[in-house]
Design a protein around this ligand. Structure first.
Ligand SMILES: Nc1ncnc2c1ncn2[C@@H]1O[C@H](COP(=O)(O)OP(=O)(O)O)[C@@H](O)[C@H]1O
Ligand SMILES: C[C@@](O)(CCOP(=O)(O)O)CC(=O)O
Ligand SMILES: [Mg+2]
Length: 327
């Protein structure tokens, strides 16, 4: 039995545009998903997902005896829930040359689901490392990143970049532009996360941006503008210029909003953070609902978010320099 874990992330900037080859800078944070894998005698998968809903549920499938989950949830939720795990197992089977390997899998996570903090990438990366180790294969973090990307690409039906999975596999702050993925030296950043309790469907939100971009030149220009912003932002990050970083985060939120991926509650958390004196604030990840990230050394943003109706949880996020690892 092997347990592996991997971190979630926030985007300092560049989400969505990164899907079309623009650069992005995500940073791994100190919230992790842990996946425990135990090889079975048959080719079934038994997935126990403790944190997937309030109750969590267990589902067993594979071979000829698919069974229903232990709790009463819709088939579409089960599919959404198990998609990334299935894809991770598929990658691990391929990497280890064991196409019919079956597993008992338990997932535990401190990363809210579908909220822009990269729970899918963390579960996928940790699942691939745990399952390959369990089968006796040894993958580097770079191998895990590549396979986790393929898994996300399959689940999100082509709508994925390498950013989330590379960041989760490698840890720290990273820069991703197309196939070019590298680690960055980042200064100490005081990041505050606000979570509205909601979620967005990553594949659908990316699909919506793709449609806008195909339909309107100005939407394509907006995507390109995000790329320009990131190129300025990485210089500000290297120089440790927090004021400029904040300004660029605000600008990035505006561009994402123009692309239709913000929401009333994300906007209200962003404004609460700005009113509280944050240097900048933006949604993180796919959007539609979920989390914002703000830059604020003081306690003011956390306090403001704590009392904001519509913000369910707020916490300080520390940069996590450790990527995917066996526990
Ligand atoms: N704790 C968990 N247990 C099982 N599956 C999880 C867990 N956390 C995330 N997932 C998988 O990741 C999906 C959410 O990923 P996604 O929509 O990309 O949002 P994000 O990556 O922003 O959290 C879930 O539907 C599920 O398939
Ligand atoms: C919107 C996107 O840029 C980031 C999605 O992040 P998350 O799954 O919402 O945490 C998609 C991608 O890069 O694959
Ligand atoms: Mg995701």
């Amino acid at each position: 039995m092997i347990t592996a874990s991997a971190p979630g992330k926030v985007y300092l900037f560049g989400e969505h545009a990164v899907v079309y080859g623009e650069p992005a800078v995500p940073c791994a944070i100190d919230r992790r998903a842990r996946v425990t894998v135990d090889e079975r005698d048959d080719d079934h998968l038994r997935v126990h997902a403790e944190d997937l809903s309030l109750d969590g549920f267990t589902v067993e499938y594979g071979g000829s005896t698919d069974t229903d989950p232990d709790v009463d949830v819709s088939q579409s939720l089960v599919e959404a829930a198990t998609g990334y795990v299935d894809a991770a197992v598929e990658q691990a089977r391929e990497a280890a040359g064991a196409p019919r390997a079956g597993f008992d899998i338990t997932i535990e996570s401190d990363i809210p689901l579908g909220a822009g903090l990269g729970s899918s990438a963390a579960v996928t990366a940790a699942g691939i490392l745990a399952a390959t180790r369990e089968l006796g294969a040894d993958l580097s973090a770079a191998d895990v990143a590549e396979r986790a990307y393929k898994a996300e690409l399959a689940v999100q039906e082509g709508n994925a970049s390498r950013a989330d999975t590379f960041c989760s596999a490698t840890g720290g702050a990273v820069r991703v532009e197309g196939d070019d993925c590298r680690s960055l030296d980042a200064p100490e950043l005081s990041l505050v996360v606000g979570f509205d309790g909601g979620a967005g469907d990553t594949g659908a939100l990316v699909g919506g941006v793709r449609e806008l971009k195909d339909q309107y030149d100005f939407a394509a220009d907006t995507v390109a503008a995000i790329g320009d912003l990131v190129r300025v932002g990485e210089d500000a990050l290297a120089a440790g210029d927090l004021d400029e970083l904040g300004e660029l985060m605000d600008f990035n939120h505006g561009l994402l909003s123009a692309l239709g991926v913000s929401s009333r509650s994300l906007d209200s958390m962003v404004w609460a953070a700005r009113d509280a004196g944050a240097l900048g604030a933006k949604l993180t990840g796919a959007g539609g609902g979920g989390c914002v990230v703000a830059l604020d050394e003081s306690e003011e943003t956390e306090t403001a978010l704590r009392y904001l109706p519509g913000c369910e949880e707020t916490f300080r996020a520390e940069l996590d320099t450790e990527g995917v690892r066996v526990e």
